[in-house]
Design a protein around this ligand. Structure first.
Ligand SMILES: NC(=O)N[C@@H](CC(=O)O)C(=O)O
Ligand SMILES: [Zn+2]
Ligand SMILES: [Zn+2]
Length: 438
């Protein structure tokens, strides 16, 4: 079957007809004649973007299927216009050996969107077998403990970065320096359980200064060995500036763009994540750097935990919030309000990640590219409700905010999501399928 989307507005404002044949965009023209076997979608007043690439998700399998599975996580992605996800290594077993990579890749066959799998670093990792696999990236490499307690020391980090440089693999870094955490925060009253806790205490504890210091160290190690460094979830303007000064690329999460310490008290443990929410001033500084082009990409750090796990005291709760389904909707809402251009939203959600992570067939609506597409009505803004979303966790820190959600999401020509329903298409590893390697 071929798909013909007519009269659709692209991110740059051009109105075009777009034809998909098989897995590929074959024509983008002012006017294309429908053919007998075309499914024609009349999309006047609608917009067509490249499917978003979320370079940072935690889909939790193997090991934590009660939090999320490849099926639920990828459906949440598809319903949010995300067509590629990159899964992080803090699963059980951690993705630190070739065998663990293979186990995760087999489970990822349940994904309805395309995926990449990143390799992780622990003292007992097996770099030889790991680099033998088609890694999306090395990372996130944890410079401080987060979910999974995979924090590593400086020597192992330097060793890992040089191995990645040899293998020509980008290193993604969770940059926080635990030596700079503010232990005095432990003396503050952290409130009750769940929403009654005060996550501002967590923001004080994992101090803002701890980020830039770790970024500086990471970019230094990167330049010593010639490795490409990508800083995950930068949360402070200082961290972004240090990344850019050191020649690294960086990402920001939706929660660090749209939430701040002013929300932390109300969110309670549902607002506990690493790095934590920052001051309103720093949040605004992140938004400025996104709009200006200093921040390369938005990635969600989609880190689902169940309500039962979150409904405990602040110091006992797991860190992390879901976000893969609401990233593009939240940004499209801002574009609708003229706070950011549609082109910039396209670049930070798709085109730039395709460049940084070397996915030449993805990230753009262009002839010859994979038909990874998202169709939406730019005026169809609605309230975000956790109960409407598709992640297994069933909640969102963005409850009540507005978003522009997709009508249709297409992965390599397959309609994976349309008007609330999912197709039965299967995602593929963006680096190489298992079959290709045998
Ligand atoms: N960001 C988080 O707070 N949590 C992430 C891990 C991580 O990215 O640090 C998780 O896997 O739960
Ligand atoms: Zn992290
Ligand atoms: Zn993460």
């Amino acid at each position: 079957m071929s798909l013909l989307v007519t009269d659709v507005t692209l991110a740059d404002g051009r109105v075009r007809d777009v034809r998909v044949e098989g897995e590929t965009v074959v024509a983008v023209e002012e006017s294309l004649e429908p053919r007998d076997d075309d499914r024609v979608v009349n999309a006047s007043e609608k917009m067509l973007f490249p499917g978003a690439i979320d370079a940072h998700v935690h889909f939790r399998e193997p090991g934590f299927s009660h939090k999320e599975t490849w099926e639920t996580g990828s459906q949440s992605a598809a319903a949010g216009g995300v067509t590629v996800v990159a899964d992080q290594p803090n699963t059980t077993p951690p993705t630190t050996t070739g065998e663990a990579f293979d186990e995760k890749e087999a489970l990822a066959a349940a994904s309805c969107v395309d995926f990449g799998i990143s390799g992780g670093v622990t003292p007992d990792w097996d770099p030889d077998s790991l680099f033998d696999r088609p890694l999306f990236a090395l990372g996130e490499v944890f410079l401080a403990d987060s979910t999974g307690d995979m924090g590593i020391d400086a020597d192992l980090f330097a060793d890992a970065v040089s191995r990645a440089a040899d293998a020509d693999v980008t290193v993604t870094v969770h940059a926080e320096d635990a030596d700079l955490f503010d232990e005095s925060a432990r003396d503050r009253d952290a409130g009750g359980t769940g929403e009654a806790a005060d996550a501002d205490v967590w923001s004080q504890y994992r101090a803002a200064e701890a980020e830039a210091a770790a970024v500086e160290r990471a970019v230094e190690v990167g330049s010593d060995s010639g490795a490409a460094i990508h800083i995950a979830h930068t949360s402070t303007p200082e961290g972004v500036d240090a990344a850019k000064a050191g020649g690294a690329t960086c990402e920001v999460t939706p929660h660090h763009l749209f939430l701040s310490r002013e929300d932390a008290t109300e969110l309670g443990t549902y607002g506990r994540m690493n790095p934590p929410l920052r001051s309103e001033e720093r949040r605004a500084g992140m938004w400025e750097r996104l709009v200006s082009g200093e921040i390369d990409i938005v990635a969600t750090d989609h880190a689902p935990h169940t309500r039962a796990e979150k409904d405990v005291g602040l110091w006992d709760a797991p860190s992390g919030v879901p976000g893969v389904e609401t990233m593009l909707p939240l940004l499209l809402e801002r574009a609708r309000n003229d706070d950011i251009s549609y082109e910039r939203v396209r670049d930070v959600t798709a085109a730039n990640a395709a460049e940084i992570f070397d996915l030449p067939s993805k990230g753009r609506v262009a002839v010859g590219n994979d038909a990874d597409l998202v169709l939406f009505d730019p005026d169809d803004s609605r309230e975000i409700r956790g109960s409407d979303l598709h992640s297994n966790c069933g909640w969102t820190p963005f409850e009540g905010m507005r978003g522009v959600f997709p009508e249709m999401t297409v992965v390599r020509g397959n309609v994976v999501y349309e008007d609330g329903a999912f197709g039965d298409a299967t995602g593929e590893n963006v680096r190489a399928s298992v079959a290709d390697r045998v």
